[in-house]
Design a protein around this ligand. Structure first.
Ligand SMILES: C[S@@+](CC[C@H](N)C(=O)[O-])C[C@H]1O[C@@H](n2cnc3c(N)ncnc32)[C@H](O)[C@@H]1O
Length: 360
């Protein structure tokens, strides 16, 4: 059983490291499950500081290196101290004193970065300024905004100030240099979460019927063993890009991409072909301005997919059109097993897990 970490003033413990990891808001439980599989998690707090997309973990210090291999997170911050502050201007003095009193492992140069969540009478720039001054006053180190040796995080989440050292430079969502940038490319952290929610297992045949630049299929090839992986997209340019991305990711020999129309998926795949898991980021029709065609695409896709599914097949879809999906599923013989709201590129979206209805 995991304890929940209290935030106020809790300090360091010998041999234990206290981390704040960031993820896509809505995926905190996926982070906890993955972390518990790969690490000895001693304590965890989902929505740390009452902020979505942040999870705090206490783990044995000698396991810190393993955290960077987690696929459900973006950044890793080693927490040094958490303390309560006022939301008015007095909060700035408290931040100065709190940071001054911290023992921060610093290189010869540093920069303070602040993310501020909630209503305050000061800005994140104010926080960076006073926290930076506290470090200069106490340690006499030089500020280097461009390429500091140490990035000190001083975040303000409502009435909490979280001081730490950022252990990641670029986001862990960057898995490989993309050779092709699809204009609606999915964050691989979301792709990983969807594959987990679909419960992909060795031996599964996995299809992304709207694969674009191949993010989901490539993530599956990198993160899971023993899958048969197929991506389909109506755009030849995207399919060519997906092949190039798979090459850049070093998984070209593990994947297959095909041009095809997923509204008539039975014509794209061989007769009698069965699929274990479908994991797709559907078109939303928002940026392309073709919203009116979305109900037809979703309906025709799910109708043409139905004969290719087995009783235990699972379909995991990302969409912003939750109500539409619920209506279509009811009429086309699918049961919704789970709907999970996430924040995707500033949009409220849902990961929806379906199974074919019995006898449907
Ligand atoms: C949201 S994008 C997918 C982006 C992808 N997940 C990535 O990371 O690159 C949706 C894709 O669906 C494709 N698409 C739209 N209608 C389709 C159809 N009828 N059949 C197959 N693909 C289609 C579009 O070409 C687009 O690439």
């Amino acid at each position: 059983m995991l304890g929940v970490a209290g935030a106020g003033g809790v300090g360091a413990r010998a041999g234990v490291v206290w981390l704040m990891v960031t993820t896509v808001p809505g995926l905190e439980d996926v982070v906890l499950r993955e972390a518990c599989e790969r690490l000895d998690v001693l304590e965890a707090d989902l929505r740390f500081g009452n902020v979505g997309g942040r999870v705090s973990l206490r783990i044995p210090e000698d396991q810190l290196g393993r955290v960077f291999a987690l696929r459900s997170i973006e950044h890793v911050i080693e927490i040094i101290r958490v303390f309560e502050i006022e939301r008015d201007r007095r909060g700035l003095d408290q931040i100065y004193n709190g940071v001054y009193g911290c023992s921060i492992p610093l290189g010869s140069t540093f920069r303070v970065t602040c993310e501020r969540i909630g209503e305050h009478e000061f800005t994140s720039l104010d926080v960076q300024r006073v926290a930076g001054q506290a470090i200069v006053d106490r340690y006499g180190r030089k500020v280097d905004l461009k390429s500091p040796e140490t990035i000190v995080r001083v975040d303000v989440a409502h009435n909490l100030c979280i001081v730490g050292v950022q252990r990641t430079r670029s986001s862990l969502r960057i898995r490989y240099p993309r050779a092709f940038q699809h204009r609606s490319a999915l964050n691989p952290v979301i792709a990983y979460a969807m594959l987990r929610i679909a419960d992909v297992k060795p031996g599964d045949r996995v299809l992304d019927a709207f694969c674009g630049g191949g993010t989901i299929i490539i993530e599956a090839a990198q993160a899971f063993e023993g899958l048969e992986l197929i991506g389909i997209d109506v755009s030849p340019k995207s399919i060519e890009g997906a092949w190039r991305n798979s090459e850049a990711a070093g998984v070209r020999d593990k994947v297959k991409f095909m041009v095809g129309d997923s509204r008539r998926i039975g014509r794209v795949l061989p007769v009698g072909f069965k699929i274990d898991k479908v994991v797709s980021n559907l078109p939303f029709g928002i940026r392309s301005g073709r919203l009116e065609v979305i109900p037809k695409i979703y309906g025709e896709f799910l109708a043409s997919l139905r004969p290719l599914l087995k009783d235990d097949s699972r379909v995991c879809l990302l969409t912003v059109h939750k109500d539409l999906m619920e209506n279509i599923c009811a009429s086309l013989g699918y049961d919704i097993l789970e709907s999970k709201q996430i924040l995707h590129g500033g949009l409220r979206a849902w990961i929806i897990l379906l199974k074919p209805s019995m006898g449907g």
